[in-house]
Design a protein around this ligand. Structure first.
Ligand code: SF4
Length: 172
């Protein structure tokens, strides 16, 4: 089943890269964190950042880390994608491939996991076509930001999950 496969992928990412699932979650204080903020190399270009206090939250069971894109089977490294209004919202790679279906599936699965784990707050990577919140790239691959949310951030936000970007978190 697709769901079983997705869950297996989610666990595999966590355990193999960071042992994040080895800590029992505390449902009362659960956050979701973009995996690429805690040292998991899941960005399109195979990189990550490692923000010590966010990683600590994962290690102490106050958060889970996941990547909506890798969770649904997109490889790392992968092509860079941006959201374009065409006129419908689509996620397009730099070479013009439509990845919208993957990004929507990743968002839905992320929401399902948040609900299952009583997660009401998320700390997400800025500007990403999945995790970006408030500002994203304009869809023309020229580094220009516009108002908007990534596909996952938008779905979480519409379902009552409070989102903070890592930029906001670091500047608190
Ligand atoms: S920003 Fe989100 S989708 Fe992109 S690599 Fe990080 S966790 Fe994955």
């Amino acid at each position: 089943m697709v769901t079983d496969w997705i869950c297996t992928t989610f666990v595999a990412i966590s355990i193999s890269d960071n042992q994040v699932d080895s800590v029992k979650p505390n449902p009362e204080q659960m956050y979701l964190i973009s995996s690429c903020l805690v040292g998991i190399n899941c960005r399109y270009n195979g990189t990550s950042t490692n923000i010590a206090n966010l990683k600590k939250m994962v290690e102490t069971g106050k958060a889970i880390a996941l990547c909506p894109e890798v969770m649904v089977g997109l490889p790392t490294p992968r092509e860079s994608c941006e959201i374009k209004k065409n006129p419908k919202k689509v996620v397009i790679s730099e070479s013009g491939v439509d990845f919208t279906e993957y990004f929507v599936k990743g968002a839905e699965e992320t929401l399902r996991i948040c609900r299952e784990k009583n997660i009401t707050k998320a700390i997400l990577q800025s500007r990403s076509p999945s995790c970006g919140y408030g500002k994203i790239y304009d869809g023309n691959f020229r580094g220009k930001l516009v108002k908007g949310n990534g596909i996952t951030a938008d779905l979480l936000n519409k379902n009552g999950i409070e989102i903070t970007t890592e930029d906001e978190w670091l500047n608190k």
